[in-house]
Design a binder for this molecule. Structure first.
Ligand SMILES: [Zn+2]
Length: 231
């Protein structure tokens, strides 16, 4: 009986840990899971935009998303929100997800748990104050993941989101190259990295103006990260 109970418990733990955003470590600490994509049966693609909100670029991105009636996720910086509260509200009002890209764009390689926690929590508080929205996703600046980050996000019950396709729009990549790369072997649950910060280049928009309708014709649907993880 005891053996059967143990097996049942292990199965339950494995099942529940598959569906939770964190993992209980042997040390007793809870570590957040890191996602580069999320395989689903649904033909979902997730567009993510980092480094905004920006008063020029973000409205242009929102206009493009509206043109194709698609939803996306914006990983915003607290220091940008301070000046662009109306733009943040526009994102939420349009039905997109908001993710946390820290208060400032720091490199967390050497940051302490406390510094990381402050950078995430202060941004969460600001986002909630401005929009009432509570972010569930964190994207660390530069995509750097450390043990301290996993621990902090585990405590905050937030998922760490990276990407499996980097458009490299931040590197002045020509739109023809972005298009070719993103359209090559699209899969269910792809997470694509784009930018809508002040340093973003126009190639982001011209590339997406081709990518979105092309993949829609192939049956793909662009959804928020919340919808992806609920699939
Ligand atoms: Zn960034």
């Amino acid at each position: 009986m005891r053996f059967k109970f143990l097996i049942t418990s292990i199965c339950f733990f494995l099942l529940s840990s598959c569906h939770s955003s964190s993992t209980l470590m042997a040390s007793g600490t809870i570590e957040a899971k890191v996602y580069r994509n999320y395989k689903t049966l649904e033909p979902y693609q997730c567009l993510t935009f980092d480094d905004g909100p920006d008063k020029v670029q973000t409205p242009k991105v929102l206009e493009l998303l509206e043109k194709y009636r698609v939803k996306a996720t914006f990983f915003v910086l607290g220091e940008e929100i301070e000046y662009q509260k109306d733009i943040l509200k526009m994102i939420v009002d349009a039905g997109h997800d908001i993710g946390n890209h820290f208060y400032t764009h720091i490199n967390i390689k050497k940051a302490t748990e406390k510094e990381i926690k402050n950078a995430i929590e202060s941004n969460n508080a600001l986002i909630e104050k401005v929009t009432g929205y509570q972010p569930q996703f964190v994207r660390p600046p530069y995509g750097i993941v450390t043990d301290a980050l996993k621990k902090v996000c585990g405590e905050l019950n937030m998922k760490i989101i990276l990407w499996n396709k980097d458009s490299k729009d931040w590197d002045k990549t020509p739109d023809s190259e972005i298009i070719k790369y993103v359209l090559n072997k699209p899969s269910n649950g792809d997470i694509l990295l784009f930018h809508d910060g002040s340093k973003t280049y126009t190639n982001t928009l011209s590339a997406l103006d081709v990518i979105i309708p092309t993949l829609q014709k192939k049956g793909f649907e662009y959804v928020t990260l919340s919808k992806l993880f609920a699939a």
